[in-house]
Design a protein around this ligand. Sequence first.
Ligand code: XBP
Ligand code: MG
Length: 256
Amino acid sequence: MTLQALLFDVDGTLADTERDGHRVAFNLAFADAGLDWDWTEELYGQLLKVTGGKERILFYLDRFNRCFERPAELDAFIAGLHRSKTAHYARMLAEGCIPLRPGVARLLDEARAAGLRLAIATTTTPLNVTALLDSTLGPESKDWFEVIAAGDIVPAKKPAPDIYLWAMQQMGLEPQQCLAFEDSDNGVRSVLDAGIKALLVTVNGYTREQDFTGASLVLDQLGEPDQPAQVLAGSAPSRGYVDVTALRELHLQAQA
Ligand code: XBP
Ligand code: MG
């Protein structure tokens, strides 16, 4: 089957959002609520084990803050904190705090010109995706993506495959027709368990040491003509950066 569609994770993949974006927004929400919780860069690396902001807050209480006296309505309390965090995060994006990673805008342009279908598959809140696209590529860029699969649209977040399965179902696609982009071990698990074999990982500071077994190619970034990608596993793209030709080759090899 030929390559038909590119499925993109958002956090860590389209943009390096976690350390200076989500983490900061969580801390602002905690401060607004009068909580003295401080998610340091180091602690946040451990909290990233769990995807989904609400799930991550619960994981923090279970694992790192057992002494906190929990309110009777814990789910509602967490949901309120998370709403506040999302508002802070969207404001930070609108202020232009977080750029896209190298090669992302170029590759999206090339993929559209080549007629590839595009989708998003992420655990983050839908508003965060549109805020990122608006602030980096402009409001019209939302329409480049046929499906934006995000947040609570499926109950089981990554590493479960559900978000990728949902996106492919919406688009009428088979896993063999897709190539996915991820940055983390949780994302890799989700893609592979959805049956997608063509998988390109671009690592970031939090994920560099993780296990990406099963990924077709692991790079430090997609790269640009004047900024070659560094290969961490797999074969280097022929031009030194990821373009549509490299994606087609990768997809072909992954199906073999
Ligand atoms: C991203 C996440 C998200 C964000 C925070 O994982 O786990 O939870 O960290 O966003 P992935 P929300 O890149 O694997 O999709 O607070 O909106 O959940
Ligand atoms: Mg990610």
